[in-house]
Every structure is written in structure tokens, then in C-alpha cells.
Design a protein around this ligand. Structure first.
Ligand code: FAD
Length: 412
């Protein structure tokens, strides 16, 4: 029997490709009637790229996205706090790639269709309920367009990769409720712009209490002038929580105020934001780690299992690590899906929970929070008077350990 995958996002499609590579038959059911270019930038760190490279996708992703070579941190006065190399520039065997979510999803979907078959990526089927029995798991569906019920599907296992508002997670944990709001709202967009700094930098500046911005390019040479498509996210402490989806548009006036005087020698930030092609709004939310992901022949993967704050560039990466672990566990226990799903739960649940918890307190941007605290949100004469380089390195190194991309460990 096939493994049934619910959701054709980054997690579901990667799992489909890995299962196929392991010789395990699968089908993916996606609620959306077509794979549309939704979202903006995503970062693929070396641990995620290790898995995608093993699937032969590195050349495609490297052409579509940008090989990110450095992380650069500034305070809200545009003063440099810390700079460190990333990806291959930092000596990893795999690159860090910043990419449009749509390009990543399209690359995965194209590979799945070419290798596994278009008939195994079933669009417009929304999962409404799942059932577990000793001999098989069953998924129930309706057609999104008409709401008509579709024939139930049986499989050896059902893997819910249906994102942060997962239907399956709601069924397994009916009392859980809405995602937990961090108190920070995010405005996101993309701007066509000449190279900023090296043209391969992931830039973070400011802090949530006033405003923080994250900027990184996601497509190279988009026009004759050699401009890039540059992803940005503005994050500001905002008490009110609204449950927007990933496509909710917003206005510049909603958030430009605190940034209006950010005219730095490396970027005129307000001008850059004014030129954005689109402004989307999304609250920074996550959910508490779960006591269990796998129930018999049912399990959770990716955002359905562990939605996290996007402060460590790790949402897609952790979904990809889940997919690798689950494919390995299924391959190691042929004919025993229940044992495989239990092994996957044991291997990944606590590791992912650790990333969720760390993203709340000390992801890499904790550097900015620490400098903000020590300077009382004032400009500094020299960063060395505020914090030592060793302390800064310790913050980012600790995160690499938790998220699973320490250089030597990854190589091993
Ligand atoms: C539209 C969209 C835009 C996003 N934009 C960004 C972004 O700009 N930046 C960023 O860092 N992260 C973004 N994300 C989140 C990021 O893609 C995820 O954190 C990460 O890739 C984890 O992937 P996932 O496969 O677990 O979940 P997702 O990528 O959320 O994929 C879940 C998939 O399941 C489908 N689905 C949901 N419910 C059902 C159902 N009942 N039956 C069948 N299918 C279902 C969804 O349509 C979706 O395709 C976005 C996610 C989505 C869905």
C-alpha cells in the first residue's frame, strides 16, 4: 500500500521525493487546485541543502535562488554589530540558498512529477478527516471548488504535511486552539533593487521594540541592469493579534513610521520599502511542542508538527529534516509502518521541539536584542565596548548546534 501524504508544501513534496528514492510508493493530496506562486523568501541552510543536494536539486535551486554568503547584523542606527560567513563561504560542504518560496515549491513539484508521476500529485483534494486501523489508514477528502465528498483513500500510513493550520493536527489535538501569538507582527515583501552590500548578504537590523528588518536577495539578475529580487520582513512589537493567512496584503503606512529615518550608507531603507512590489502581513506565531506526533499509522510533519517563529530561517529546513528521518525510518522497517512512525517520532520530535523553544528566546537575532539591551537602544562608539566578538560568536554557534547545522557534525 502507498504512503498517503497530505499537503504539497515543502515538507510533503520533499517527503514524496525521498520515499520514491527509497522505493516506497506514495501519493500526495493537495487542497489547492493548482500549485500557485505564493509567499516570498525562504532560506535553505546547509542542513536542508544537504538533503536537497542528495536529491540532485542543488543545481536547479542554485540557479533559481541566491547563494547566501554572509550574515550581517546592524543596530537601528545602521551601525555594524557583527558579520559572519554562511554556507560554502563558511566552509560547509553545502551552500545556503535564499529563494522565493514559489521557486522552491515549483522545483520540488517539477521533480516529483518528472520522477514519480503527475498522477501521484493529486490537486484540489482537501483532507477533512483521517482514520487509523490495524490493517490500513484512511483519509477522507472533499473537492475544494465544489465541497463535494471524494472517495476515501487507504494507505499504509498517512503523513500530515498540511501546514500550520493542519486539519489532522486539529483532529488529533482538538483542544489545542489557535497558534500562539509572539506579540510581534510581520510585514513582508519583495523589492527589485541593486545589490546591497555584497549582494549575497542576509541582513538583520534593529530590534522588535522599535522595529527590526530582515533583508536578503532571492533572485539574481532579474533585469538588464543586474538588479536582484530582494526579500524583506519588518517585525514590530504589536499587541493586537489578527489571524491572517500568508496572502493577506497590507499598507506601507501601517509600519513605515519607525523606519522613516533609516537612511544608512549601505541602504536607504524607507525608499527601498516604498519600491516594494507587494506588502503582505502575517503575525509571528508558533505552537507549543506536542507530546506525540505518531498515532498508529498516522503522523505529522513540518509546520503541522512544529510551527516555529521564523527567527532562525528554519521552518522549511526542519520540515526537510523530518522528511529525511521519516523516509529513513519507513525504509528501515518494511511492512511495519507503525514501528517506522514511532521511530520517526522518537528521532525528530524532541529535536524539533528544541528549535521551537530556542526560536522563542535565543535564535541568531538574539545578538540584536543583547546589543539593544546593553546600549539602552543608543548608538555606540565602538561595538567592542558593548559586547565581545567571542560572545557574538557564541550566540550564533549555540543556535547552529540546536538547529542541527554545526559544520563538522553535518559533514559526519
Ligand atoms: C501559501 C504559503 C506561503 C508561505 N510563505 C512563506 C514565506 O513567504 N516565507 C517563509 O519563510 N515561509 C512561508 N511559508 C511557510 C513555509 O513554507 C513553511 O514554514 C515550511 O516550508 C514548512 O512547510 P510545510 O510543508 O510543513 O507546510 P506548508 O509549506 O505550509 O505546506 C502545507 C501544504 O498543505 C496544504 N494543505 C493545507 N491543508 C490541507 C488539507 N486539509 N488537505 C490537503 N492539503 C492541505 C497547503 O495548501 C500547503 O500546500 C508559507 C506557507 C504557505 C502555505
Amino acid at each position: 500500500m502507498d504512503v498517503l501524504i497530505i499537503g504539497a508544501g515543502v515538507g510533503g513534496l520533499t517527503l514524496g521525493l525521498l520515499l520514491h528514492q527509497a522505493g516506497i510508493p506514495c501519493r500526495i493530496y493537495e487542497a489547492a487546485p493548482e500549485i500557485k506562486p505564493l509567499g516570498v523568501g525562504i532560506n535553505l541552510l546547509p542542513h536542508a541543502m544537504k538533503e536537497l543536494s542528495a536529491l540532485g536539486l542543488e543545481p536547479t535551486l542554485a540557479v533559481q535562488g541566491v547563494l547566501t554568503a554572509e550574515a550581517v547584523f546592524f543596530n537601528r542606527f545602521g551601525q555594524l554589530i557583527y558579520q559572519e560567513p554562511l554556507g560554502r563561504a563558511a566552509g560547509y560542504d553545502w551552500p545556503q540558498i535564499s529563494i522565493h518560496r514559489a521557486d522552491l515549491q515549483a522545483a520540488l513539484a517539477d521533480a516529483f512529477i518528472a520522477r514519480v508521476g503527475a498522477d501521484r500529485l493529486i490537486l484540489g483534494w482537501q483532507c477533512t478527516k483521517v482514520e487509523d486501523a490495524s490493517d490500513a489508514a484512511t483519509a477522507h477528502f472533499r473537492r475544494v471548488a465544489t465541497q463535494e465528498a471524494l472517495p476515501p483513500q487507504r494507505g499504509a500510513a498517512i503523513v500530515a504535511c498540511d501546514g500550520i493550520h493542519s486539519t489532522v493536527r486539529k483532529q488529533l489535538y482538538p483542544e489545542e486552539g489557535e497558534p500562539i501569538y509572539s506579540g510581534v507582527n510581520m510585514w513582508r515583501g519583495v523589492t527589485r533593487w541593486p545589490r546591497i552590500l555584497s549582494g549575497a548578504a542576509m541582513i538583520r537590523a534593529g530590534w522588535f521594540t522599535h522595529a527590526k528588518i530582515v533583508i536578503y536577495p532571492i533572485r539574481n539578475d532579474i533585469d538588464a541592469a543586474g538588479r536582484q529580487l530582494v526579500n524583506w520582513v519588518v517585525e514590530i512589537e504589536t499587541p493586537k493579534y489578527e489571524r491572517w493567512n500568508w496572502s493577506r496584503t497590507a499598507k506601507l503606512e501601517d509600519f513605515i513610521g519607525p523606519i522613516a529615518d533609516w537612511h544608512f550608507d549601505w541602504l536607504d531603507v524607507p525608499e527601498f520599502l516604498r519600491r516594494s512590489e507587494v506588502v503582505l502581513e502575517y503575525p509571528m506565531v508558533d505552537k507549543d511542542p506536542l507530546p506525540r506526533w505518531s498515532f498508529g499509522r498516522l503522523t505529522l510533519l513540518g509546520d503541522a508538527a512544529h510551527p516555529m517563529y521564523p527567527r532562525g530561517s528554519n521552518g522549511a529546513g526542519q520540515a526537510i529534516l523530518d522528511a529525511r528521518a521519516l523516509a529513513d525510518c519507513l525504509a528501515a522497517a518494511p511492512g511495519d509502518a507503525v514501528a517506522a512512525l514511532d521511530a520517526y517520532d522518537a528521532r525528530r520530535r524532541e529535536a524539533a521541539a528544541n528549535v521551537v523553544r530556542t526560536n522563542r528566546i535565543t535564535p541568531p537575532d538574539a545578538i540584536l536584542g543583547e546589543v539593544h539591551r546593553r546600549t539602552g537602544d543608543k548608538p555606540f562608539a565602538s561595538i567592542d565596548d558593548v559586547i565581545s566578538r567571542a560572545e557574538l560568536v557564541a550566540i550564533t554557534d549555540a543556535y547552529k548546534r540546536v538547529a542541527g547545522y554545526e559544520k563538522d557534525k553535518l559533514r559526519r
